[in-house]
Ligand binder design. Structure first.
Ligand SMILES: [Zn+2]
Length: 441
């Protein structure tokens, strides 16, 4: 089966570049984009006529790349929207670890996964990077759910063994057991044989892991070339903990244990110094910028503009459930908003010149690039842009839905304004189509 989709394509090939074309996208049997034609061209008309499946988007419905969410805690889905009153270290013990421990029950886990995955797909999340729980079986079930519902995903069993950073009822009994279970999870996810789902090595974060576990997982990453995800330099407490225990900053600790690798996903990373940004960029790792959860747990705003300037790969993360907004279009708006607060500052008792961090703002185009091509580059996955050679992961967003907020006015809204409205205002109800690997979900 081949697919051809015609419509107005909006995408961001660079952080400061919006491209809008009237397009016909030609997709081959493997879900790979074979060509992007001008709709008025002979080749475009031919592609539409030749395809076995043809989708002509209505005027006012816009084709965009699918969204790449770099940081999701799948087992926290049932607590989304609640429990944001405590600092991170207490939030984990009081709310989050008790919930995550329930995933020892794989039937319960599967019930949650079968709600989470299609829900996120309907919001346009075509690629998801998941922390699962500490359980091997629940993690395999999450990978199966992604394959079943057709979501591209990286799925990681959470490794955590530190007797102070984790409760005794929810941890790996020893570092060796943690490494062995992580290796078994890699094999179990790979054994599914899904073209969409891959494993990812997942040390929870340095405060929850002994040096022996971090070392073993670094060796596992080197031996398997499987990607790594973890939290990095998230909060004052997290950074202080790394310094106390290891005598070094959190990024240096991860690097020491071989976890700062190409395409390692570092969630948050708000507190990176200039030297640490150089380290992250040099290793080819990238940051999952989680603007909303950072407001609750990170004690700071991540300097996305500064990181991009330092050559650090950056994408966006919802950080379910530390971030109470699951759809990544909304997270784009959060990223723009917090960058403006960082630039201007927030304490009115300070003068304007000492209140903020100049040149921190990002705009909607940059935020959407983070949510698509930027995130794809962090992962080194061939998605995030509609161009030949990449996989067709895409969404269609409609304007002018009765009851919706997106209104386009003929003599007021040019293409750039239309794009801004779509990114800022679209909800799941405005997303009419979601394709992953060329298949409509
Ligand atoms: Zn997280």
């Amino acid at each position: 089966m081949t697919l051809a989709v015609s419509g107005t394509l909006m995408q961001t090939p660079a952080p400061d570049r919006l491209v809008v074309i009237d397009a016909v996208v030609e997709v081959d049997r493997a879900g790979t984009i074979a060509a992007v034609h001008d709709r008025a061209s002979v080749a475009g008309r031919h592609a539409l006529d030749a395809a076995t499946e043809r989708v002509d988007l209505d005027p006012g419905t816009f084709l965009m790349p699918g969204l790449v969410d770099l940081h999701i805690h799948a087992p926290q889905w049932p607590q989304l929207g609640t429990g944001l009153d405590l600092p991170l270290e207490r939030w984990l013990f009081d709310y989050t670890f008790p919930l995550e421990a329930r995933y020892v029950d794989t039937a319960f886990a599967t019930t949650v996964w079968d709600d989470l995955v299609p829900s996120l797909l309907s919001m346009g999340t075509t690629t998801a990077v998941y922390y699962s729980s500490n359980h091997l079986e629940a993690t395999t079930a999450l990978a199966q759910a992604c394959a079943r519902h057709g979501q591209r995903a990286l799925v990681g069993r959470v490794a955590m063994d530190h007797p102070e950073g984790t409760p005794e009822w929810y941890r790996d009994a020893t570092a060796t057991e943690g490494v062995e279970a992580s290796a078994a999870s890699i094999e179990a996810v790979a054994a599914l044989g899904s073209p969409l789902v891959e494993p990812i090595i997942t040390p929870r974060f340095t405060p929850a892991c002994t040096g022996a576990l971090l070392e073993g997982l670094g060796e596992l990453a080197a031996a398997t070339s499987v990607r790594v995800q973890t939290h990095c330099a998230e909060s004052d407490w997290h950074c202080g903990y790394a310094l106390d225990r290891f005598g070094a900053g959190d990024p240096a600790v991860l690097d020491r244990f071989g976890l700062m690798r190409p395409h390692t996903v570092l969630a948050h990373s708000d507190h990176l110094t200039a030297d640490e940004m150089t380290l992250v960029a040099g290793r080819g790792a990238g940051v999952a910028h989680c603007p909303l959860s950072n407001a609750y747990f990170a004690n700071a705003v991540f300097g996305a503009r500064r990181a991009l300037g330092a050559g650090v790969g950056v994408g966006l993360g919802s950080d379910i459930a530390g971030g109470a907004r699951p759809g990544l279009l909304g997270v784009c708006q959060d990223a723009v908003t917090v960058s403006r607060m960082l630039e201007d500052g927030v304490d009115p008792s300070l003068g304007p010149s000492e209140r903020g961090v100049p040149k921190s703002r990002i705009d909607t185009v940059t935020a959407f690039w983070l949510a698509t091509a930027g995130g794809a580059a962090v992962l080194d996955l061939p998605v995030g842009l509609i161009e030949p050679g990449r996989q067709f992961d895409a969404i269609a967003v409609r304007a002018d839905r009765p009851g919706g907020a997106i209104r386009l006015w003929d003599d007021i809204d040019d293409e750039a304004r239309a794009f801004e409205k779509l990114v800022r205002l679209a909800t799941a109800d405005d997303i009419s189509h979601v394709w992953v690997n060329g298949l409509c979900r």
